[in-house]
Design a binder for this molecule. Structure first.
Ligand code: KE4
Length: 429
């Protein structure tokens, strides 16, 4: 079956034909390729078409698809049994490694998705402080737990409103949504409700409204305010952890969180995520303390094997320097190609993630992201896909490179972009 036939068939039994909404291509239109296999930096779809992959399963595939060391580790683990529901030595090995690498992580609990990690971290912060209110930021996505599917209420300091059907207003009202990078708004929120705020949860580098970097002093201010008011600072590093550096954004920006969530890279493509941080806070987690959290497949042996093999590879000397150079070369090449085509475009990269913007400078807030030319992005996206380059199918997502993206892939991508920018410029008229 070809992609269109598979998509039509999928929609008969799966909502929207996909198991996660962004995969349905609704933001960019068209039919999503159904992927049959992947290797290194490349995907192959059901029609045998090959694509240079800049989604990387939304971040996990930092050493490339089907890396031999990761695959063989998973195969060996599978031969020893798929799941025990009992403690294993591999979980201890990963926990010790994460506590060594991640700033502020004194203890860690493994879970199966980023949503589980952030949901648990928020519950833990509320249980530890005895407070209900949390602060998140517009444009940041922390998974689909009820407390975090909330958009800004009218005015920055009022209660949140659900951003999804099915989230009770009684839940959403405890979540305050403030503008990302707006420290004045955070100061005002704490001035108004400081002693009721259990936690701030923030993407230290925002990657779910396209890539938006933290402004100078933003993260440090969140750290200071949390400390001053006894709130828990949660860095959601599900995307940035092990992506923007070996010690994540916390290491890159010199911030020590009270709690941190991880996902994606830490599982190497398998269902593995984590939350952890200060020992006194983690002491509240069952079975030690009153904050309940559990999971049938938490610490799954195959996910541990993939995660440990991936973490072994990313610790090799120069891994992140090469990854950052790859992303930098890519974005610089795209900016030059757009300039030659006369298309208003900018791009930036942080570690192994990047943002592409159809506006003249990199956005610093959700409002500036929303001012980007989304229609131009969508034309560019399809022009690139037609040439075998698979970008994130939304103008509001970040892109990812891997250690498998070499000169061939980067040069081919830039060549494709030169053509795609001309198409984008022509069709804009
Ligand atoms: P998951 O539950 O999807 O494993 O993780 C949720 C999550 C939490 N925190 C951050 C910072 C995240 O980026 C994510 C998930 N990211 C999206 C990509 N924008 C996953 C892709 C999808 O939803 O299909």
């Amino acid at each position: 079956m070809n992609n269109a036939e598979l998509f039509a068939r999928a929609q008969l039994t799966i909502p929207g034909g996909v198991n996660s909404p962004v995969r349905a291509f609704r933001a960019v239109g068209g039919t999503p390729p159904f992927i049959r296999s992947a290797n290194g930096a490349w995907l192959t779809d059901a029609e045998g078409r090959r694509y240079i992959d800049y989604v990387g399963s939304w971040g996990p595939m930092i050493v490339g698809h089907a890396h031999p060391q990761v695959v063989s580790a998973v195969q060996a683990a599978a031969a020893a049994g798929l799941s025990y529901g009992a403690p294993t030595a591999a979980e201890v090995e990963l926990a010790e490694l994460l506590c060594m690498l991640v700033p502020g992580m004194e203890q860690v609990r493994l879970v199966s998705s980023g949503t589980e990690a952030t949901m648990s971290a928020v519950r833990l912060a509320r249980g530890f402080t005895g407070r209900d209110a949390i602060i998140k930021f517009d444009g940041c996505y922390h998974g689909h737990a009820d407390s975090l599917l909330v958009k800004a209420g009218s005015g920055a300091l009022t209660f949140g409103q659900p951003s999804s059907a099915g989230v009770p207003t009684d839940v959403a009202k405890h979540t305050r949504v403030l503008p990302y990078n707006d420290i004045a708004a955070v100061n005002a929120a704490f001035a108004e409700a400081g002693e009721r705020i259990a936690a701030i949860i923030v993407e230290p580098v925002a990657g779910n409204m396209n890539l938006v970097a933290p402004s100078e002093g933003f993260l440090a201010s969140l750290r200071a305010l949390s400390t001053r008011h006894g709130a828990v600072l949660i860095l959601d590093e599900v995307m940035t952890g092990l992506r923007v550096g070996l010690r994540g954004a916390a290491g890159r920006y010199g911030i020590t969180p009270d709690l941190v969530t991880l996902g994606k890279v830490v599982g190497g493509g398998m269902p593995l995520a984590a939350f952890g941080g200060r020992r006194d806070i983690m002491a509240c987690v069952a079975p030690l303390g009153p904050v309940y959290q559990a999971g049938t497949l938490s610490g799954n042996p195959l996910a541990l094997a993939a995660g440990l093999a991936t973490l072994n590879l990313v610790q090799s000397p120069g891994f992140y320097e090469r990854l950052e150079e790859t992303a930098r070369t890519l974005t610089a090449g795209l900016v030059e190609a757009a300039r030659q085509a006369g298309v208003p475009f900018s791009a930036q990269s942080i570690g192994g993630m990047f943002g592409l913007y159809f506006r003249s400078s990199a956005p610093r807030s959700l409002a500036e992201v929303l001012a980007c030319d989304t229609a131009a992005f969508n034309r560019f996206f399809h022009a690139m896909l037609a040439q075998g380059v698979y970008l994130a199918p939304s103008a509001f997502e970040a892109g990812f490179v891997s250690s498998a993206h070499g000169e061939v892939e980067i040069e081919r991508t830039i060549e494709a972009a030169s053509q795609a920018f001309r198409t984008t410029a022509r069709d804009a008229c």
